[in-house]
Design a protein around this ligand. Structure first.
Ligand SMILES: *Cc1c(COP(=O)(O)O)cnc(C)c1O
Length: 457
């Protein structure tokens, strides 16, 4: 047998010491979070040939990379919808690497059962029925992909075509109706062969991002043929919700697959105060909920939920003599785009076990209150305009005069906070979302001071 390189065997002998070092460095990193500039920067160049072992690589990482990394795991990173990492989730994530299971659902490990238990905890926290089969995927984009792929298969079934076998051409064009479909849905349509142009934008309500349900009914009535409706529960600019119950009620009149993209706002169902916003989502055929956003587990993690396990397996079936072929919950190899997959459920299992519904209701309600507080200040500041009421954890504003991009650049350059640009109702704007378990009122005061310091005169 060939001997491993000396460097590798030295590393092996030092694994314990290395883990202790990394642990100390990780603690320092976490402790530095409140003081670090929130936005990161470029990576200094370095020679590419190295074989100095893990410790040399760690030293180089710390000196070259770490200064340029964003403090996106910290409490004032309001770009996109970015959650942090709770202590329990961090423990789970480290262990997922340590135990390094291939979570295919194979019978040689309890990993599949652990993932199923995690899905059950997740459904229970969000008040979703057991009829939803769940599987962890890398993010909401892939969860949307799984939901829409299963929807495509269902449309084929209605028309007597097995799309997974015969290909999409055998079914013909599909229409996808949505008012505010997230860009990742559009990307999924391209990946699925449905095509970006299959998306037909339905009117939203006046000054809202939520769909006008009457316009949706008209669009459903207007053309025959296979149809998917993508309903949105939490839009990225104004955190608006489609009326999911009213959309689900349209199923009595029209045949369509209902996919609900609740990427970040699905977690709001942990709170009794916000759960009513999601009323009706249990009538969906498929649902997307991200975990690396408001659940505050590390990247990359989301749950794809569908009510149609056999159809999901028709799409994602992976047949080989050496693989378990049963169509049943937990046989993830037959249900997800990946073949090999990490035990992504473990950080979520730790987080759900450790904090439960009450813990997440607290995070959701705190973040929403923080957004509301900031929105009030923005609305009262004559040099700013709040572009939509703050109804959840996000806020969207623009300068009363001048260029939103220039103001955003000045705000982000303070290093105190990071927000992202957007266009809302045709207007360039600045948006942020607060999704971090550890964000405090003191953080909010720092953010407001940073915004004020960036305003002209
Ligand atoms: C973030 C987001 C997505 C995409 O999620 P990823 O986890 O980045 O793949 C999809 N839909 C909505 C509504 C989102 O907020």
């Amino acid at each position: 047998m060939p001997k491993p390189s000396d460097v590798l065997s030295d590393d092996h002998a030092q694994t314990d010491a290395l883990l202790r070092d990394v642990c100390a460095q990780a603690s320092q990193w976490l402790a530095s979070m409140p003081a670090r500039p929130v936005a990161g920067g470029a990576l200094p160049a370095a020679p590419i040939h190295h074989d100095g072992g893990a410790r040399a690589a760690l030293d180089e990482f710390l000196t070259r990379f770490s200064a340029g990394l964003a403090a996106s795991a910290g409490p004032r990173y309001f770009g996109f919808v970015t959650g942090g990492v709770t202590p329990a989730a961090l423990v789970g994530d480290w262990l997922a690497s340590v135990i390094d299971q291939n979570a295919t659902g194979s019978a040689d490990s309890s990993a599949g059962a652990l993932e199923l238990e995690t899905i059950a905890l997740f459904r229970d926290m969000l008040g979703l029925p057991d009829a939803f089969n769940g599987a962890f995927v890398s993010g909401a984009t892939m969860a949307n992909f799984v939901g829409l792929a299963t929807g495509r298969q269902w449309l084929g079934q209605q028309a007597g075509v097995d799309v997974a076998e015969a290909g999409l051409a055998a079914l013909g064009p599909v229409r996808v109706l949505s008012a505010g479909a997230h860009s990742s849905t559009v990307k999924s349509l391209a990946m699925l062969g449905l095509g970006r142009q299959s998306l037909q934008r339905v009117a939203s309500l006046p000054a809202r991002e939520a769909v006008d349900v009457a316009a949706l009914a008209d669009a459903l009535a207007a053309a025959a043929g296979p149809c998917i409706v993508v309903a949105n529960a939490g839009t990225v600019n104004t955190c608006d919700f489609d009326d999911l119950a009213a959309i689900a009620a349209l199923k009595a009149r029209f045949d369509f697959w209902l996919h609900v993209d609740a990427a970040f706002a699905g977690i709001a169902a942990a709170s009794a105060r916000y759960r009513p916003r999601l009323a009706g989502w249990d009538a969906a055929d498929s649902i997307t909920v991200d975990c690396h956003k408001w659940l505050n587990v590390p990247y990359d993690s989301a749950v794809a939920l569908t009510r149609h396990l056999p159809l999901q397996a028709e799409v994602f079936r992976n047949h080989a003599a050496y693989l378990r072929g049963e169509v049943e919950p937990g046989n993830f190899l037959q249900l997800t785009p990946e073949n090999s997959r990490r035990l992504r459920a473990l950080p979520a299992w730790f987080a759900l076990r450790a904090y439960g519904r009450a813990g997440y209701a607290g995070i959701v309600e705190r973040n929403c209150e923080q957004a509301r507080w900031l929105g009030e200040r923005i609305a009262a500041e004559p040099r700013l305009r709040l572009l939509a009421p703050v109804t959840l954890n996000g806020f969207c504003f623009a300068p009363a005069e001048g260029d939103a991009a220039a103001l955003l650049a000045r705000i982000n350059a303070t290093g105190e906070v990071f927000m992202t640009p957007t266009v809302l109702f045709g207007q360039h704007a600045i948006r942020g979302a607060i999704s971090h378990w550890a964000t405090t009122q003191a953080d909010m005061a720092r953010v407001w001071a940073a915004i004020q310091s960036a305003l002209p005169g």
